[in-house]
Structure formats: C-alpha cells, structure tokens
Write a protein that binds this ligand. Structure first.
Ligand SMILES: CC(=O)SCCNC(=O)CCNC(=O)[C@H](O)C(C)(C)COP(=O)(O)OP(=O)(O)OC[C@H]1O[C@@H](n2cnc3c(N)ncnc32)[C@H](O)[C@@H]1OP(=O)(O)O
Ligand SMILES: CC(C)C(=O)C(=O)O
Length: 515
C-alpha cells in the first residue's frame, strides 16, 4: 500500500472563507493540533498578504517539527522573497507558488498571453529554487485549462525545478470522471512526472470535492489538499477528515494510506470550529453532531442488536465520545427500554408498554426527548406502582394589577393529608406563586429554570409550565399543563417537589446527563 501525503490548507485557503479571520495565537494553536492530526504539510498562510499573516507563518515555521510548513506566493519575486523571509527558519523550507493557466484567467485576470504565463512560471520556480529545497507549483484553475497547455507548462516547471505539481479544481467545476481523467492524462504525457509529487486540490462548489479528490487518488495523485471541516473560499475545500476516513474505511477500494492520526479528527474539527467561529452542519459527514446519532426505531433496534447494521464508522475511530440513540417520535420500544434501563429503571413489560404510549404522545409534541423528559415520564409510571404520599394542589388564586403588589394564595394537601393554606407576595404573579408554595412545601426549594410554552395554536391553546429546581439539594424537573399558565406553573412546581419525594421513597436513581 503506498502513502498519500496530506496537505492541510485550513490556515490559508480555509481562512479565505468569508467571515473567518484568525490571529497569530489562534493560528499557532491550530497548527500544533494539525501536527498531532498528522498533516504532512501545513500551509500556514500567505506571507505577502499582511504583516499578521507573515508573522503567523514565520512563527509556525519555527515551531512545527513533525510537518512541513509552507506559505503561498503569487508568481512574483516580491511574494517569493517574503515567503523566504517567513519560512527560512523551517526544518524543510517549502513554498507554494501558483499561477493561473485557464484561458479565462490568463486573458481576463492576469492579462498575459499563454507564452508569457509559461515564461513567468519558469522564472518564478527557478527563482524560488535558489532558496527553497521544496517548491510546489499550482496551475490555478487547472480543471478549466486546455489539457495540452497544462501538459506543456507542467513540463516546463518540472524542468525549472518544481518538486510538487498541483492540479487545482479552483472553482469546483470538474466532475469526478473529468478530474480523474485529467490526472491520468498528465501522468501519461508529462515526462518525469513520476519524479515529483502530484497533488489534487478540490473545491466544493458543486458538492463534488470529496468524490473528485478520491478520483484523483485513483488516477495517480500522491498528495491531496484540503481543510478541516471543509472550510474555505465560497463553498469550501474538500474536508480532509472525510478523505482520511474514506481511505481508511474503504482501503480495499483505494489501496492507499496516510499518516493521519484518525483519533485526532474530532478534537481537530472542534478546535477549528471553535477558533474560526464556523459552525459544523449537524449532518456533516464524519464530524457533524448527528454523524453517529440514530433516531428511528428500526435503526435503533438494529444498532442494539448489532451496531454493524447501521454504523460503518465508529465514533471511537475519530476520537468521538460514543454513538447516540436519540429518542424522538421515530423511536421504538427497544431503544426506549434500553434507555430506561440505563437510567436505572426496572420496568415490567406492562409498565414499559404504558410508559411507551406516554412517550410517543410526548414525542409528538417535542422535537427531541432529553433524559429529563424521560425521567419525568418514567417516574409517572412509578407512581402507579406504589402509592407515595405527595402534595396535591387544591386551589390557587393570584391578584395582579398594575397598581397592586402581586399576591398569591394557595391551598394544598401535604403528604400527611393535612390541608395547608398560605399566601405571599412577589415581584410578579409567578414569583408570588413560588413564594406561596415555598411556604407550603417542607424542605428547601431553589428555582433553577422556568419556562412556559403554549401547546397548540389560537386563543384556547393550553399552557405548559416546566420548572427545573433544586429540592433538598437534588435537581429535579416538574411539568404540568393547564388552560391557564399560572395554574400550570403552580402544578409544575408541586410536580417537581413530588417527583423528588417519590424518587427518595422508591429509591430511583438520579438521571445521568443525556448522551
Ligand atoms: C485560488 C486562490 O485561492 S489564490 C489565493 C487567494 N488569496 C488571496 O488573495 C489572499 C491574500 N491576498 C491579498 O492579501 C492581496 O490580494 C495581495 C496582497 C496578494 C495582493 O494585493 P494587491 O496588490 O492589492 O492586488 P489585488 O489583490 O487587488 O489584485 C491581485 C493582483 O495580483 C495578480 N495576480 C493574481 N494571481 C497572480 C499570480 N498567481 N501571480 C502573479 N500575479 C497574480 C492579479 O492579476 C492582480 O494584478 P494587477 O494588480 O496587476 O491587476
Ligand atoms: C492557490 C491554489 C492552489 C488554490 O487555492 C486554488 O486553486 O483553489
């Protein structure tokens, strides 16, 4: 199996994403992680672009030892000089010079004839080789260039001393078939091509960056370029984590390996997302939040019976925590029972059935069921098993007016069966209710979170109150529904207190954090 080099350009092409701007400290932190990730080459910036970029490239070049550090330069002496200044302290100084070769770029952007472009390229590579032992030359917009012209200019820059030739699909225009064929054509027609590295650099404008990169590998690419999380100019570059995992999982197909430390993928991805502020879409391959989350009952059942049914990549492979069986309206009883057992509930089949019916009703209302919801639901089922005496609200009344102090009165039966009447004021109606119930309930209550939402639409919608509180030092959630939100609030308050009482009485373990 031969090795493919991984050229990471998160700090250069990745930083070209609209809205991303990394300072030197952030670039250094990412570079250190890219070294652990196992990038063969780290493109740390474009030294001629700004003093900040120069500084970052220079510092990374002096610091990174296990990866080659490079910087980008236009095909002009000034950029190459600046790159040398920044990179001369690197272990193996490497420069990346680019020059466009497509008719549209040569004529309308560079305003040079093809012959002038060839001369320019030769001159820059020769000049760079005076300083740099490693010179990568990129034919910008190669996929829209004339293949014959491409072969001609590549031949010339190899003769001038280029050590790597890069064939970028700069605007993400190529199809996998075309891109693969271009590599094949170059390999077959450029003399001495086997003596240099041949690199692929794909953009994702048509969503084909991963497929194109793999097509290049199938056709002789020995280096691939991309970014972490696929960030980059416009729709981004190929996501390196996708390539690394694809080559690993489908090694029988591609027959190549890389030095990527797959276990560092998740950490690297999160660091890049955090420092660039670029969020990862939940369904992103390999590193998206949902990449290892299974929601539907049939899949969850399969996963519980044998994870290979629906999991081709394990989260552990990329250094992620674990597979998640997300409970929602598409879940089935197998996953529901599994979660209940993991939470410490021992349910008979009959109770499981009842709990499952309630769970489906709740799941119809909520997008995602979290562990707290399940705890509320399952302790309800426990209530039916054993009669733990709890608080029962008899009545609640609130006086509110813009000129009055909000006052609540309430009556409730306590667990000993005594009716207690209390009243209290508050800054608003809700606080007045909380203060009144605090006088009724024995023990210490501290409200942590309180939310009201409407169930249904229109004037007659029901109000749902959810209260998360600490009761006698234990965190517990209560929920209730009523036509009036203040009544729902009072009931949810006692519901939370009652759950803790039931939990203690029936020795139910506390919920663990949702996975
Ligand atoms: C495909 C890619 O991703 S290429 C990399 C793109 N990245 C960047 O551009 C980020 C950093 N860039 C910058 O900071 C600036 O563009 C600089 C410092 C490089 C140049 O800035 P300016 O001198 O103000 O020029 P500006 O960016 O407006 O225009 C680019 C100039 O470079 C020329 N140019 C473009 N590519 C090349 C090249 N590969 N070799 C030589 N000249 C080039 C353009 O023709 C244009 O020249 P002109 O001024 O004679 O018309
Ligand atoms: C500089 C080159 C390699 C580039 O980023 C591109 O063509 O997309």
């Amino acid at each position: 199996m031969h090795k493919i080099d991984i050229f990471d350009t998160t700090l250069r092409d990745g930083e070209q994403s609209a809205g991303i701007n990394l300072n030197t400290a952030e670039k250094i932190e990412i570079a250190r992680q890219l070294e652990r990730f196992g990038a063969t080459i780290i493109e740390s910036g474009f030294p001629a672009a700004s003093p900040g970029d120069f500084d970052a490239v220079q510092r990374i070049a002096g610091m990174v030892k296990n990866s080659i550090v490079t910087g980008l330069a236009r095909s002009v002496k000034g950029d190459i000089d600046r790159a040398w200044e920044a990179l001369k302290g690197a272990e193996q100084p490497h420069v990346h010079i680019f020059l466009a070769t497509s008719p549209i770029h040569m004529e309308h952007k560079l305003m040079q004839t093809p012959d002038q472009v060839v001369e320019n390229a030769i001159e820059s590579v020769k000049y760079a080789r005076k300083f740099f032992p490693l010179v990568q030359w990129s034919a910008e917009d190669a996929s829209r260039s004339e293949p014959e012209f491409l072969v001609h200019i590549i031949q010339k820059v190899i003769e001038a001393g280029a050590t790597t030739i890069n064939i970028p699909d700069t605007v993400g225009y190529a199809t996998p078939h075309e891109y693969g064929a271009l590599f094949k054509y170059i390999k077959e027609n450029v003399r001495g091509i086997e003596k240099v590295k041949l690199s692929a650099h794909c953009h994702n404008d048509l969503g084909m960056a991963t497929a194109n990169t793999l097509a290049a590998i199938e056709n002789g690419a020995t280096q691939i370029e991309g970014t972490i999380n696929g960030i980059g100019e416009r729709a981004g570059n190929v996501a390196l984590e996708e390539i690394a995992v694809a080559l690993h999982i489908r090694k029988q197909v591609y027959g190549v390996e890389t030095d990527i430390n797959l276990g560092e993928i998740k950490r690297t991805s999160q660091l890049v997302s955090q420092l660039t502020g670029s969020l990862i879409q939940p369904n992103k391959a390999v590193v998206g939040k949902n990449a290892f989350a299974h929601e539907s009952g049939i899949h969850q059942d399969g996963m519980l019976k044998n994870p290979l049914t629906y999991e081709i990549i394990t989260p552990e492979l990329i250094g992620d925590a674990s597979t998640e069986l997300v409970l929602g309206k598409h879940s089935g009883k197998h996953a529901f029972k599994d979660r209940a057992i993991k939470m410490g509930f021992d349910l008979s089949d009959e109770k499981l059935k009842k709990a499952f019916v309630e769970f489906k009703k709740l799941a119809d209302r909520k997008k995602q069921i979290v562990e707290d919801d399940l705890f509320v639901l399952l302790t309800d089922q426990q209530i039916q098993d054993k009669d733990t005496p709890v608080y029962e609200l008899e009545s609640v009344q609130v006086q509110y007016g813009t000129a009055n102090i909000p006052t609540a009165t309430a009556s409730a039966k306590d667990p000993k069966g005594e009716i207690i009447h209390e009243a209290a004021t508050g800054a608003g109606s809700v606080e007045a209710i909380f203060n009144t119930l605090e006088r009724i309930v024995e023990g210490k209550v501290h409200i942590l979170d309180y939310r009201v939402t409407s169930i249904g639409k229109g004037r007659d919608a029901l109000g749902e109150a959810v209260i998360n509180m600490s009761y006698n030092g234990e965190t517990v959630t209560g929920r209730d529904v009523a036509q009036d939100v203040l009544e729902a609030t009072a009931k949810a308050y006692l519901n939370a207190v009652n759950r803790q009482i039931i939990k203690e009485d029936q020795k139910i373990p506390s919920p663990v954090a949702a996975g």
